[in-house]
Design a protein around this ligand. Structure first.
Ligand code: RFL
Length: 403
């Protein structure tokens, strides 16, 4: 027997994008139905991002969605860039006039948002995969196993393997970088105080803070590489050798809790909509983790979508909704460009066989510009910390500046 429901807004996916949208919409009195294919436990356990931008923290705070973040998150305002054995501090909080990140694990934020969504009257339906969205131009229908939800609007927040590809084929522009990153969740003997980026002829290495005695570690690896080629000792020793003498000043690496290989790719959908279906978060764009932007852009999309839909549904104004796809694509390209520039800084060009001393020295020079007060450092610091205003569909999209 098929369960038939109806909602003003149907949301697919209980990641950060879907949950933020659900909280904001439900609190505004919009009738929301959120379907998630995984169990609640799986969603609340998934360790991914950990750096929340200034503007996103402000936005969540303004909607009383940041209690956990404010209580348990840690303020974070500098990163170190390591090149030719030298460690350059980029104090981006000082360089941007006080804007920084919050370190707060994505799974903790997701847990908070599930609770908030329930309190607002939208209880996510877990274990409910959506197989198709039909009638997108009229009253879209979410179709799952034994379930159909008739909606006025749909928000697809279903991550990088989204139904969006079927609903809006050919709207995505993608790029595959010529390397991958091994990613590992590691135990450390003391908390990592700031992000560390290492440029080395053997490849990039990075260490990112997470709360407590945990950190996320990244190593550049060839595209065909696999996580099972990297036992814990190989992970630790590659990080130590790429960091060189700087490793002595960093927290010691302990147990490796989880490893995977991230396929390094970028993607932006030029139109984040199809009829009455909007796409948000990784469904609309995929970023590499280099600038820690994926989670933040997902929340920005969700906020824009939610406010646009509230304007339409509660106040009868479709102006914000009409500009949604244009605003989201403009911001996604700005962020994608920032991430790409950071990646170029952090990776040496191919071919690997050529003399690396020239590109290494060049990178050291560029890193120096980012650490010394001046226009380049200020622009980088603002972009990195996400100092812009909270996403608001009624305002203009901020203009990108040079790094
Ligand atoms: P999510 O989080 O992938 O959530 C999508 C949800 O949709 C569900 N789903 C479906 N449900 C029903 N029916 C279907 N047909 C469905 N198909 C999918 C999924 O089960 C899932 O629950 O997407 P969202 O909300 O757009 O959020 C995006 C962020 O999760 C992502 O951008 C970040 O995690 C990226 N990222 C980072 N971003 C940062 O801002 N800072 C970081 O430091 C950072 N580090 C990372 C990262 C991503 C990583 N991985 C593994 C991809 C580190 C890692 C390792």
């Amino acid at each position: 027997m098929t369960l038939r429901l109806s909602a003003q807004v149907g949301i697919v996916g209980a990641g950060p994008a879907g949950l933020v949208a659900a909280c904001v919409l439900a609190r505004a009195g919009v009738d929301v139905c959120l379907l998630e294919k995984e169990t609640r436990e799986a969603v609340e356990r998934r360790a991914r991002a950990g750096l929340v931008e200034h503007r996103v923290a402000e936005y969540l705070d303004g909607r009383r969605l940041a209690d956990g973040l404010r209580t348990h998150g840690v303020r974070h305002g500098w990163c170190d860039m390591v090149c030719e054995g030298e460690r350059l501090r980029v104090d981006y909080a000082a360089l941007s006039g006080g804007f920084g990140h919050w370190v707060y694990p994505q799974q903790a934020l997701v847990r908070d948002l599930v609770t908030r969504s329930e309190a607002a009257g939208c209880r996510p339906r877990f274990g409910r995969a959506v197989h198709a969205v039909t009638d997108v131009a009229d009253r879209p229908r979410l179709v799952g196993e034994g379930l159909e939800v008739r909606c006025d609007y749909v928000l697809c927040c279903d991550g990088p393997h989204s139904l969006a590809e079927r609903l809006a084929p050919g709207t995505a522009r993608g790029f595959r970088y010529p390397y991958d990153w091994l990613t590992a969740l590691v135990e450390v003997d003391r908390p990592v105080e700031g992000v560390v980026y290492v440029v080395h002829p053997d490849g990039f290495a990075g260490l990112m803070p997470r709360t407590g005695h945990r950190a996320r570690l990244y190593l550049q690896v060839p595209c065909a590489d696999r996580a099972d080629h990297w036992n814990p000792e190989r992970v630790r020793s590659a990080f130590r050798s790429r960091s060189g003498p700087v490793a002595d000043g960093l927290p010691a690496l302990g147990a490796v809790l989880e490893t995977g290989v991230l396929r390094m790719r970028g993607m932006v959908r030029d139109r984040a909509e199809a009829g009455r279906v909007l796409f948000a978060g990784d469904a609309a764009h995929v970023l590499t983790p280099s600038g820690a932007k994926g989670l933040n852009l997902a929340v920005a999309d969700a906020a824009d979508a939610a406010h646009s839909l509230i304007d339409r549904i509660r106040h009868g104004s479709g102006a914000a909704l009409a500009g949604y796809a244009r605003r989201r694509a403009a911001e996604a390209w700005q962020v994608q460009e920032f991430s790409d520039r950071l990646l170029t800084l952090l990776h040496l060009p191919e071919p690997a066989g050529s003399d690396p001393r020239f590109p290494l020295r060049l990178r050291r020079e560029r890193m120096g510009h980012l650490g010394r007060p001046g226009p380049q450092a200020a622009a980088f610091a603002h972009w990195y910390a996400g100092s812009g205003r909270a996403p608001d569909p009624r305002g203009p999209v901020p203009v990108a500046e040079g790094m």
